[in-house]
Ligand binder design. Structure first.
Ligand code: NOJ
Length: 571
């Protein structure tokens, strides 16, 4: 097999520590809790853990608001617990990457506390300060019409500082000023510190936004009732960003050649831009997460639609994977994933809770045999699904609450509730379902985020016992992907869509010495699919029998196959 970087053949797994496993009964997940589940993760077969932030934080955004990058927040444990976690994971051949938040800090970070109180301090320049404007009524208003990602102005006025500061997420998360060389050096030092402690790399949070449009000019888009508009081009993939990343590479990554860096570029980067971030020639990091494939289930923008009107666009979905593959192949590496802690559960998005087993397994097969490094999100492997909350106040999340404030202007409570159940990121953040016991076995204490009502049936304990469970299917599929022959076929062959315009079936193949094909029905109804190739063997299947006549497969709801084709197959 061709010489590859370790992370190209790895299987990633994202852990949201707050709701993964609580070892000390305070209702919050913690690092010792993760340690106690390492055997489970080893048995699942994952080889990289991406752990969402667990550093000191006032928890306005569950740890994405860091107030001390060098200390583990007491709610998650101690620094020693993290070092222990790294070493125990390493003993099992599992690597650990941390979520590095470098676009902003908490407003309780000592840098910000100093910056806001002392205009003359060098720390003032670590953040972005502007004077406001005065509107026609003589009232002070923000410097421009930019909206942040959490549904309000990108600026917040600070009484102590006497100026506005930029904050493209919550107001407790002031953006850092990457134009400041001293700030950048501080960031590099933090990164090197954790690499020296043994971490294997980083997921770089909100990396697309480090550089801003320094003209600070208004967006030409139409503004909403609060005078703001979300125009992410004002702070996404701005050319200057790539200089910062080159420096990050020189100062950090190139000194640790085994470290891996995956950047979150979200919905804000094209494939062309992705090559600038992670192209093997001029890029500075190893790969980027975009969100394109997370948004094709029809839920976004569906405020006034009934559940029946929400239909996944399977053709678009296939073409998104194909486009990223075609544009990046041989030029940049790709992570592949269904979703993460910022998205609803994939089982509810592209699967169906009424066909939990079938659709959970179908999603596993479709993802795990695609080109790139798979990243699973905790709970996906047991078929966890979206929340069944009946009250808006159960959506304990700063972005959901900001959304609610604005949506009340044009939506009923019932519509808002339905929309949050479909799209809120809280869906992904409910306590992990370990058992059918109290609080789903996540904790002995009532967690502040409610468990999903189906935990009695959907949990690790019961899936362990069921040889036909989604969990056991994931284990099998991951083990299969890791076998050298299959891995080589998946990442060394050539990915092609088959019958790419089929409206219901996602089918793809890998050309090469071991031709493989995946055929997945994404619907809760049957679909037919013509197989134009000779089949050598069925490697994975989520139904006990096959319905095929004259080369035409009848696929039952969410039926899915991984096939090895005959080497003569003309793909
Ligand atoms: C992206 C993270 O994934 C999200 O959870 C967080 O709210 C924002 N960045 C801000 O850090």
């Amino acid at each position: 097999m061709k010489e590859r970087k370790w992370w190209q053949s790895a299987i990633g797994y994202e852990i949201y520590p707050r709701t993964f496993f609580d070892s000390n009964g305070d209702g919050v997940g913690d690092l010792p809790g993760i340690i106690s589940k390492l055997d489970y993760l080893e048995k699942l077969g994952v080889t990289i853990l991406w752990i969402c932030p667990f550093f000191k934080s006032p928890m306005d955004d569950n740890g994405y608001d860091v107030s001390d990058y060098y200390q583990v927040d007491p709610v998650f444990g101690k620094n020693a617990d993290f070092l222990n976690l790294i070493s125990m994971a390493h003993q099992k051949g599992i690597r650990v990457i941390i979520d590095f938040v470098l676009n902003h800090t908490s407003d309780e970070h000592p840098w910000f506390l100093e910056a806001r109180t002392n205009r003359k301090s060098p720390k003032r320049d670590y953040y972005i300060w502007r004077d406001g404007k005065v509107n026609a009524e003589g009232k002070r208003v923000p410097p421009n019409n930019w909206q942040g990602f959490f549904d309000d102005s990108a600026w917040n006025y600070d009484e102590v500082a006497g100026q506005y500061y930029l904050k493209i997420f919550s107001k407790k998360m002031p953006d850092l000023n990457w134009e400041s060389p001293a700030l950048r050096q501080n960031i590099y030092q933090i990164a090197r510190y954790w690499l020296d402690q043994g971490v294997d790399g980083f997921r770089l949070d909100a990396i697309a936004h480090l550089a801003k449009d320094l003209t600070w000019s208004d967006s030409p888009y139409d503004v909403g009732p609060d005078g703001t508009t979300l125009d992410s081009r004002k702070f996404s993939s701005i050319p200057r960003l790539f200089d910062y990343l080159r420096e990050f590479k020189t100062e950090v990554l190139s000194r640790y050649p085994n470290a891996m860096a995956v950047g979150e570029v979200g919905g804000c980067a094209t494939t062309e831009e992705a090559l600038k971030y992670s192209g093997t020639d001029k890029g500075s990091i190893d790969m980027v997460f975009n969100f394109d494939s997370c948004w094709e289930n029809g839920a976004y923008g569906s405020e006034h639609k009934s559940d029946e009107e929400i239909v996944a666009n399977v053709v678009n979905l296939k073409h998104i994977f194909l486009r990223w593959y075609t544009d990046c192949r041989a030029k940049a590496w790709l992570p592949i994933y269904w979703n993460n802690h910022d998205h609803p559960r994939v089982l509810s998005q592209y699967g169906d809770i009424h066909f939990r087993k079938e659709s959970g397994k179908m999603l596993a097969t479709t993802l795990l045999f695609m080109y790139g490094t798979p990243f699973l999100y905790n709970g996906e492997e047991i078929g966890m699904s979206n929340v069944d909350y009946q009250e808006i106040r159960d959506f304990k999340d700063v972005s959901a609450m900001n959304y609610y404030k604005n949506a009340q202007r044009h939506m009923t409570e019932a519509e808002i509730l339905r929309f949050l159940r479909r799209t809120s990121r809280v869906n992904a953040r409910t306590p992990f379902q370990w058992t059918s016991g109290p609080h789903a076995g996540f904790s002995t204490h009532e967690p502040d985020t409610k468990v999903v009502g189906n935990y009695m049936d959907v949990n690790v304990e019961s899936e362990e016992k069921d040889p036909d469970s989604i969990l056991n299917f994931y284990r099998k599929a991951i083990a299969l992907r890791k076998t050298p022959k299959i891995l080589e076929a998946v990442i060394g062959g050539e990915f092609v869509l088959v019958d790419s315009e089929h409206p219901d079936v996602f089918a793809y193949a890998h050309k090469g010495a071991t031709p493989l094909m995946v055929i997945s029905n994404f619907r809760k109804f049957s679909a037919t699919f013509k197989i134009p190739f000779a089949i050598k063997q069925i490697l994975l299947h989520n139904y006990p029998t096959t319905e095929m006549k004259d080369g035409i497969l009848t696929l039952r709801p969410f039926e899915s196959y991984l096939l090895e084709l005959s080497p003569e197959a003309k793909l």
